[in-house]
Design a protein around this ligand. Structure first.
Ligand SMILES: [Zn+2]
Ligand SMILES: [Zn+2]
Length: 402
């Protein structure tokens, strides 16, 4: 029992974390289950804290609080014992008030800087939004449940490891029995996709490798990737591969959707937010563009189609693990023809060749801005990495003595 004093801060209940009486429109509910840390002005900062994010956040991922509010109302109706508290990091009172007015839950008062500072230190908040979930005894149940709320809404409650395991097992069962027709009838029920002026029945896609392309018109990374994907699509079509792509619109407006359709040579899910959102949730689409590849048997081959296209272009087809392993073996062979070190015009230090076995890993090429994996030329001190081919292609690059 002597050990109790060591863990006392975690055992002090919610009151040790928050002084309930001081909340703006406090309900006095001791059963705090969520703590929502966010701010109107610094939401952009929250989007920046995912270091590997190279696309745009999918529209549904952009704002946590509408999704959380929907879950909140449902859970309140069910009588689940919980509360959400907004801990805003807005820099001025009007922004805070505007932001808080859009939410159904209480907030730490704007002026209570001490409380906000204490909370953000205690929960080591670096990026927002952040959703810390606390048990009634004040213990942290989940350090950041934002993704769970996006994915499962109120179904994620009470956010315990056991609940998360249950949800994941449900997903696995769904994925294991997945077929193309199920995928589209789950979300649509109409059984067709748009292809130019005609409607194409889903049944005609069965048995093909199908790319589900989550993208939006007003999204710079999407525009760039669409162009690349279109070239690959036409190559594969030229080789008469059994391949099709279906655009899953993440557009907020129909105008954008129509624009996208006219830019894309492939099929499109009809414009109607709900089915696309349902598919995005099912495949856990967090950023766009995203390319999910479904195989001839209707099962998911990969959710990483975008990286595979960036890395291997049309050679990635049919995107299977076996194909990727083959390509990696070819790359290993290919790398033997490159010098061990290199002086590259884009960097002031010598670059050394690395593979994922010798300190390499996924990276963004500093020369062409595209994804790289495995082999690279690297300056480890500066974190500078480029593709082997980008080292070779660049003007002024010269082979060192390796
Ligand atoms: Zn490159
Ligand atoms: Zn360097």
């Amino acid at each position: 029992m002597a050990r109790d004093s060591e863990v006392a801060p975690e055992r002090g209940g919610i009151r040790s974390v928050l002084t309930m009486g001081s909340l703006v429109s406090a309900s006095g509910n001791e059963n705090v289950r969520y703590m929502f840390l966010a701010g109107a002005l610094c939401r952009a900062r929250g989007e920046d804290h995912r270091p590997l994010l190279r696309g745009e956040l999918a529209p549904e991922m952009r704002d946590l609080h509408p999704v959380l509010a929907a879950a909140y109302h449902k859970l309140k109706e069910r009588g689940a014992g919980f509360e959400v508290v907004l801990v805003s990091c807005d820099e001025d009172r009007p922004s805070f008030e505007r932001f808080h007015r859009t939410m159904p839950w209480p907030a730490v008062p704007f002026g209570d800087l001490q409380c906000k500072k204490r909370l953000s230190e205690r929960f080591q908040v670096e990026g927002i939004p952040r959703l810390v979930v606390l048990a009634p005894d004040g213990e942290v149940v989940h350090a950041d449940a934002a993704d769970l709320v996006h994915r499962y809404g109120g179904g994620a409650f009470p956010f315990t490891a056991a609940r998360v395991a249950e949800l994941e097992a449900d997903d696995e069962r769904k994925y294991a029995s997945q077929t193309l027709e199920k995928l589209f009838s789950i979300v649509d029920g109409r059984g067709y996709v748009n292809g130019g002026k005609e409607q194409v029945p889903i049944s005609s896609l069965v048995g093909k490798t199908v790319g589900l392309y989550f993208s939006a018109h007003r999204c710079a990374p999407c525009i760039k990737f669409t162009a690349k994907l279109a070239a690959i699509y036409s190559n594969l079509k030229g080789k008469a591969e059994d391949f099709e792509i279906v655009y899953i619109p993440m557009d907020k407006e129909e105008d954008g959707y129509l624009q996208s359709c006219s830019d894309m040579p492939w099929l499109a899910l009809p414009y109607d937010g709900a089915p696309s959102r349902e598919l995005a949730r099912y495949f856990n689409v967090q950023e766009i563009p995203m390319l999910v590849v479904v195989g001839p048997d209707g099962k998911t081959v990969t959710r990483d189609g975008r990286n595979l296209v960036n890395l291997y272009l049309d050679m990635a087809f049919p995107f299977t693990e076996e194909q990727i392993r083959l390509l990696q073996e070819m790359e290993d062979e290919d790398a033997k023809g490159y010098p061990q070190s290199l002086r590259h015009s884009g960097h002031r230090h010598d670059l050394n060749i690395v593979s994922d076995k010798s300190g390499g890993g996924p990276y963004i090429c500093c020369e062409c801005d595209e994804q790289g994996l495995g082999w690279a030329y690297q300056c480890i001190a500066c974190g500078y990495e480029i593709h082997l081919r980008c080292g070779r292609n660049a003007e002024g690059g010269s082979a060192g003595t390796g």
